[in-house]
Design a protein around this ligand. Structure first.
Ligand code: MLT
Length: 285
């Protein structure tokens, strides 16, 4: 029997939220979805989003793998925390969650954008617990000076007038121009997720993003299979950066998703799931 990698409309998929579980880890409540059986694929969301952004993958890929989608600290249904959300702390949260679930065998990590930055930090510390990486819409480089200034400005804006202005300015850049213009339902769904993020969490993330280390130095030493998935029209991380990253990682393949911007898993879920599924099969083989 053929498997169906199609993802139902994201609207319908919001219903799956009931599968949510919460675990207490080091005095902190971390929420996650856990669906399916097989090799473990841990999904790490981007900024300023939460695990709901992975619903098409939970539905489309849980027939082949055990999909765990974490709500990073302060996001979604995870507990609000104080202090900078460094990539290192969030990588530790991911592996503490795996420990809490008694998942000690190597897993596949998949991170989108900020989630990808977290994958690099995780690789530095837990490479023996990682069997493969899916890096999507992400980059290895640290913030430029201009990007750091923009983060500071964004923090000020959130403190002074709240996060709505940040959401409004980010949204058109998250999707491809055409998807932003034509797919109103998708735009609304992404906005809805962004609006759930507590202003303090956004600030904590922005500090962590601004101070994150440059990971270019570790690319050549990644000795696990890597799949890079990138939207052809990503306006936040240009496709060229993904191409450069592929050249530096010894065992990396690149799938470019047409008609997609910075959220290829939501903009083209079927193509994204097909690429991820092929990669899962490759790692299993
Ligand atoms: C994200 O999608 O996680 C952010 O765009 C990352 C960033 O701002 O660098």
């Amino acid at each position: 029997m053929g498997h169906n990698l199609d993802s139902p409309s994201i609207k319908a998929s919001f219903l799956i939220r009931k599968a949510m579980a919460v675990i207490q880890i080091k005095n902190q409540k971390i929420a996650y979805d856990d669906a399916g059986k097989g090799p473990v694929l841990l999904l790490i969301h981007g900024f300023p989003l939460n695990r709901q952004m992975w619903q098409p993958q939970i539905i489309g890929l849980s027939t082949f793998a055990r999909i765990i989608a974490i709500d990073l600290r302060g996001h979604g249904d995870s507990e609000l925390t104080e202090g900078e959300n460094t990539m290192e702390i969030m990588a530790e949260d991911c592996f503490n969650l795996l420990d809490g679930l008694r998942i000690l065998q190597p897993i596949i990590l998949c991170g989108l954008s900020m989630g990808g930055y977290i994958c690099f930090s995780a690789y530095r510390k837990y490479s023996d617990r990682i069997s493969g990486l899916i890096l999507t819409a992400t980059r290895a480089a640290a913030d430029s000076d201009l990007a750091k200034l923009n983060r500071e400005q964004a923090i000020k804006t959130i403190q002074e007038v709240g996060p709505e202005q940040i959401i409004d300015s980010m949204l058109p850049r998250l999707l491809s121009p055409n998807n932003f213009e034509k797919r109103k339902e998708l735009v609304d769904q992404v906005r809805t997720i962004m609006r759930t993020i507590h202003p303090q969490t956004m600030i904590n993330d922005l500090k962590g993003l601004k101070n994150r280390p440059d990971s270019t130095d570790i690319l050549a030493s990644i000795n696990k299979p890597v799949l890079i998935i990138h939207g052809q029209e990503d306006q936040i991380v240009p496709l060229e950066e993904a191409r450069q990253m592929q050249k530096r990682i010894p065992e990396a393949e690149l799938t470019v998703i047409p008609e997609a911007g910075h959220l290829p898993n939501l903009e083209q879920p079927t193509m994204f799931n097909q690429a991820a599924h092929r990669f899962l099969e490759k790692i299993k083989a």
